[in-house]
Design a protein around this ligand. Structure first.
Ligand code: HPA
Length: 274
């Protein structure tokens, strides 16, 4: 049985629902590397270890916790996934997208994705927060490949992957709160090695502003289920070859921590307006 199996999605959703009590989450937030602090803002939190959910593997990437946190933010019921699954860990795309399909099954209508990314646009100096306007899928994987999963659309429209209304709301919150917020295109690569300078020059020419190794599988699965998406990249380093500095995951985690508070205020502001 694969991770895209509708029976597994149902069993995983039932396991989560059992721990939710009367909470009916409307929003799900996926946290990127170093952004775990966002989960600490959740009120009346119930922590659900991912190991208790059928089909959810143990999280492997450092800086990812491995739990779903259920509760409220600004009074809105939600789920926070602290510990996402990455393709570079060896997981199939449908495993990476399993939490998204489970959220949809639980009635979640809005998916907020966050990630750490390398900055390609010349003006991006870490720490910078970037609202994701669009993405380029260079992972060469797609969670929708294979027989159509019950509840998915075969050929989902991807012309507004990051909902324009939610992006306008994020910009308005950033302005009101005085939080610097850039906007740009996120390119997703398989990883886990960072890019070479030649690859970064290629991505620049393709129109990418930031580069990372996540997010796209979740957004594709969410769009196939009609969920609205909003995405933020925390630019934790200048991409390879654009500065003299070598890249390290430690640097990524540290820079992520610096903007986690701003990200939490942005997300809370957007959620308030839903
Ligand atoms: N490249 C890819 N993924 C990343 C980077 C990067 O420079 N920084 C954080 N995640």
């Amino acid at each position: 049985m694969g991770a895209a199996d509708s029976d597994l999605i149902r069993r995983a959703a039932d396991a989560v629902a059992e721990r939710l009590g009367s909470l009916r989450p409307r929003v799900a937030i996926v946290l990127g590397s170093g952004l775990g602090a966002v989960a600490d803002a959740v009120q009346s939190a119930t922590r659900i270890p991912q190991s208790a959910i059928p089909g959810f593997p143990e999280p492997g990437a450092p800086g990812h916790k491995g739990e779903l946190v259920a509760g409220t933010l600004a009074g809105v019921p939600l789920l926070v996934q602290s510990g996402r699954f990455h393709l570079y860990e060896g997981h199939a795309a449908e495993v990476v997208a399993l939490p998204t399909r489970v959220f949809a099954r639980l009635g979640v209508e809005t998916l907020i994705v966050t990630n750490a990314a390398g900055g390609i646009r010349h003006t991006f100096r870490p720490p910078t927060l970037m609202l994701i306007a669009d993405h380029i899928n260079l992972m060469f994987r797609n969670p929708l490949v294979g027989p159509v999963v019950e509840g998915d659309e075969r050929f989902p429209d991807m012309s507004d992957p990051y909902d324009s209304g939610l992006r306008a709301s994020a910009r308005a919150v950033a302005r009101a709160e005085g939080i610097p917020l850039e906007e740009g295109v996120y390119a997703a690569l398989l990883g886990p090695s960072f890019e070479t300078p030649a690859e970064i020059r290629m991505l620049q020419r393709l129109g990418a502003d930031a580069v990372g190794m996540s997010t796209v599988p979740e957004v594709i699965a969410a769009r196939a289920r009609g969920m609205r998406c909003l995405g933020f990249s925390s630019v934790t380093n200048v991409a390879a070859g654009l500065s003299a500095q070598k890249l390290s995951h430690v640097e990524v985690l540290e820079a992520g921590t610096q903007v986690a508070g701003q990200l939490e205020r942005l997300i809370t502001g957007v959620i308030k307006g839903l």
